[in-house]
Design a protein around this ligand. Sequence first.
Ligand SMILES: C[S@@+](CC[C@H](N)C(=O)[O-])C[C@H]1O[C@@H](n2cnc3c(N)ncnc32)[C@H](O)[C@@H]1O
Length: 225
Amino acid sequence: MPLGPVLRRALGPLEPPVAALYRRVFIDLDAFVAQVALWAGRPGKLLELGCGEGAVVDRLANAFPAASITGIDITPRIGRLSRAAGTRVAFRQITMRDYAAECPGAADLLVACDVLHHVPWEMHEEILRDAGRAVRAGGFIVIKDWQRQSTPIHLLCYMADRYITGDRVRYKTGQELEETIMRVFGTHAIAARARIAPWINNVAYLVRIPPGSESVAAQPEPTGS
Ligand SMILES: C[S@@+](CC[C@H](N)C(=O)[O-])C[C@H]1O[C@@H](n2cnc3c(N)ncnc32)[C@H](O)[C@@H]1O
């Protein structure tokens, strides 16, 4: 049984600050959202895929005060710790596929922070393709993930992810991540890369959905592969 639910119950009202401290060991989410803001300009509609309890959505709401923001996730705990939920911030428990079918091309910017290593590798291309369908032509996707490396902090990250969330996490190397992104969006789709403090394992990619309808993500999914 994962430790997360037990710890949550034990912490009670201390859960939000302890959760923030725990996360801070691995990633500076403020630095991540600052990087997104540098890249993204002024998107009107933001979508966060795999938003979890709302830590990134809350920061996006601060960084983009004029934007409407939707966080989607498959977990029932979606948005639980968010303080931003309200008129311009919404949370929905829905799959990427269903959301993209409902709101094709609706988002100017989609953010996926630390989601891919929680998703089985055989689903990576499918979920990214669906993410691409939810973004307008000329829009952007920011994919941030934790890169696999043989270092003590990587082992600590794995143990924390595996035993606190209980998910069968599996991380890619930087090269594997880039190859996945390029298979879905095309070889020239990565417009920029950035490392996010405090560990070099944190890597973010800016992916541009090409203007016009020629986006790889907009193409029908290949069959028989
Ligand atoms: C480490 S949390 C990251 C949450 C949030 N993005 C953040 O950075 O604070 C990973 C999230 O990915 C979500 N997730 C895993 N598989 C998913 C899928 N197939 N579709 C949508 N979300 C998924 C999990 O439910 C979890 O909330």
